[in-house]
Design a binder for this molecule. Structure first.
Ligand code: XIL
Length: 655
């Protein structure tokens, strides 16, 4: 299942040829586009407003350019060959693979609006090329993404309804053709605005249906922000929690240029510098709309630049020592949260995936090594630390520097397989040390044809949930999606609905332990696994059987009016404040239990199952007097007594 881990597939396209390489995703690709198939076309292009259209018969090529000073490409109108009429655009004199032709979108297009780009292109003798997208972030750093990779044909290649968009933070936005150094011809170029389509307003809101159980959220990428119908779906169904699809990952945040400048200035090579320029469109949206954010992710083997681990911050440098990496890690995590909270003091960063995917399926550390070429599952963290001991350092630093109220999670995939016991043992240990609050279950599932071969089966997933719930730790479903068979995806759409129903029923069964359910996207065409249609809505923004499976026969509940209402002090607790034995009542035996647990700390019941002592939930409920310092004290027992004697009116530290 994780074969596609580093690849984001484009909607309705021709399979493997269209897969984006990890190199593309590693540049904080803030963009995804798809050649729209008849199924996923959102309003046919001919009903859209045409912004610009040319067949080059008038000889005007002024809308096109090369890719800057060092690009030798020259553009002219040519009658060598053409699709319609007798003239096309010729890009000649290309001396590097990356040379244009390019079309600058932000000269004639508006931000936050989607466009279709359609054109035909070919090489002089053979057509070999990649259609790409480029923009510069507010720091002026350019970002690139391959939209249609490695096109190879002996004829004209048709690019039809390639969806592009950008936000107002993105400047110098181009669509361009690259690859080889041959001449390139373009003909019949059209740019149209994607028409706004209504969403289904009359169906139940996923968020409202589960409002009394857990937050419902999703992950979005900056380009999603430009699609009005997409964002209407986010607002209606998923606005309980948002995760940035890529823009808050280490490769998007760690800034090599600023880091090198810092070394130059100070001589200190243990203080990696960060920038949230790629995440700004996302964070601005969350701020404006008061949506709680899951920070994803700090420490991961993937989407993390190699230079971070190397002497001189050079990709090809020697690995640094463990001691140096601990310093770099601490400063990185410190800078991450300091910068984030300075930029967005009002955003509720309520959860953070401190460490992502550190265990292999059988519960072992990853192989050491460089991230390197696409799909490598090796870990530079293991390379430098020799083992998985970096995990505890990461949580310790995160606890120190994360904003108050931000809960800290270990997040992983295939979490229902044999690694389960390793994850649980590690999480409990870190929780006892006070540095971890919960476990994130990615839940990238595969419904396939459920009847014979869903993986995991609903039952397997449910058994895993039972195990995680028994830890007493907070559980979040962090990246839920469920694919169907790639070869004939539409055939299994109904099975997928049944599968989602089974999965959601299981999640609801353990809802006491689960505080958020976050989907990994909204519409199939924008998913990282688009060709296997894994989400609740289709490319036309219509609810699929998957949506109806999730909703089941549940009714909408009242949504809290202020989604940021989180306790400002203390923990969100399950049950009644001061209730040590879990009977929902405050009596003298609660005081006794608290005292016993202090006298005999080994019998706190930290495994969450002991009956006579404090479960982890109970420890939270009785941690009343000074909830910010971890641990239950005699003061807490005293406070419960005061409550019983009616000396204090409430045990709720937030009241
Ligand atoms: C994925 C993104 O959705 C893709 O765009 C990117 O190319 C690769 O990463 N587990 C995670 C997520 O924790 O960060 C991954 O997101 C999906 C798997």
């Amino acid at each position: 299942m994780k074969g596609n881990h580093y690849r984001r597939l484009i909607a309705g396209v021709m399979g493997a040829a269209m897969a984006l390489s990890s190199a593309a995703s590693a540049v904080n690709a803030a963009f995804v586009a798809g050649e729209v198939s008849p199924v996923s076309a959102v309003g046919a292009a001919d009903t859209s407003a045409v912004i610009y259209s040319t067949d080059f018969e008038d000889g005007d090529v002024s809308y096109f350019c090369n890719r800057g000073e060092n690009d030798t490409t020259e553009l002219s109108a040519s009658t060598d060959m053409a699709v319609s009429g007798s003239t096309s655009l010729l890009a000649s004199g290309r001396s590097k693979d990356w040379n244009g032709p390019a079309f600058q979108l932000d000269k004639i297009c508006k931000p936050y609006t989607e466009y279709y780009v359609s054109f035909k292109f070919r090489g002089k003798y053979y057509t070999n090329g990649t259609v790409s997208f480029q923009y510069s972030d507010p720091d002026g750093t350019p970002h690139y993404q391959n939209l249609i990779k490695n096109i190879s044909t002996s004829d004209w290649y048709t690019v039809e309804n390639l969806k592009v968009s950008f936000t107002d933070e993105m400047k110098d936005v181009f669509v361009y053709i690259e690859g080889g150094q041959d001449d390139i011809y373009i003909d019949d170029f059209t740019l149209t605005e994607v028409p706004d389509v209504p969403i289904e307003e009359d169906i139940k809101s996923v968020r409202a249906v589960f409002a009394d159980k857990f937050k419902i959220g999703t992950a979005i990428t900056p380009d999603n922000l430009s699609s009005k119908p997409f964002m209407k779906l986010v607002e209606k169904h998923f606005s309980g929690s948002l995760t940035a699809g890529n823009e808050m990952k280490p490769d998007a945040v760690l800034n090599q240029k600023a880091t090198l400048a810092y070394v130059e200035e100070t001589g200190d090579d243990e203080n990696p510098q960060v920038s949230f320029s790629a995440a700004k469109p996302f964070l601005n949206y969350c701020q404006k709309n008061n949506i709680p954010v899951r920070v994803h992710t700090l420490v991961w083997h993937s989407q993390t630049p190699d230079w971070f681990f190397k002497e001189g911050y050079q990709d090809d440098g020697e690995w640094v020592s463990k001691e140096k990496m601990i310093k770099r890690m601490e400063n990185y995590i410190k800078n991450y949260f300091t910068e984030l909270t300075a930029l967005y003091p009002d955003v509720n960063f309520y959860a953070c995936d401190v460490v992502n995917e550190a265990w292999t399926n059988d519960g072992k550390p990853r192989d050491p090594g460089q991230q390197g070429s696409s799909g490598s599952e090796k870990s530079a963290w293991v390379q430098v630390f020799g083992d998985n001991s970096f995990i505890e350092y990461a949580f310790t630093f995160a606890r120190e520097y994360a904003p108050k109220g931000c809960k800290l999670y270990y997040n992983d995939y295939n979490e229902y397989m044999s690694k389960i016991d390793t994850i649980i043992a590690m999480a409990k240990e870190l929780n006892e040390k006070g540095v971890l609050d919960g476990i994130g279950l990615q839940s990238h599932l595969d419904a396939r044809d459920m009847a014979t071969s869903a993986f995991p089966t609903v039952d397997m997933y449910k058994k895993a949930l039972a195990k995680y719930a028994a830890t007493g730790l907070d559980i979040q479903i962090t990246e839920l999606d469920a694919t169907v068979d790639q070869n004939d995806p539409t055939k299994y759409i109904d099975y997928q609905g049944e599968y989602y129903k089974g999965i959601m029923d299981a999640i609801v069964e353990y809802s006491d332990s689960i505080s958020a359910v976050v989907f990994w996207g909204v519409t199939d065409d924008q998913s990282w696994r688009a060709n296997r249609l894994p989400l609740l809505f289709d490319a036309d923004y219509k609810a699929k059987p998957a949506y109806y499976g999730v909703i089941g026969d549940r009714e909408e509940q009242e949504i809290p009016t202020d989604p940021t209402t989180e306790p400002t002090t203390g923990e969100e607790i399950k049950g009644v404040w001061g209730d040590a034995d879990g009977d929902d009542e405050i009596k003298m035996n609660d005081v006794v239990l608290v005292m016993q647990s202090i006298a005999n700390p080994d019998t706190y019941g930290a495994d969450g199952t002991a009956e006579k002592h404090l479960t982890l939930d109970a420890q939270k409920r009785v941690n009343i007097v000074d909830p910010d310092t971890t641990g239950v004290t005699v003061q807490d027992a005293l406070q419960i007594q005061k409550f019983l004697l009616e000396i204090v009116p409430t045990l709720d530290p937030n009241a």
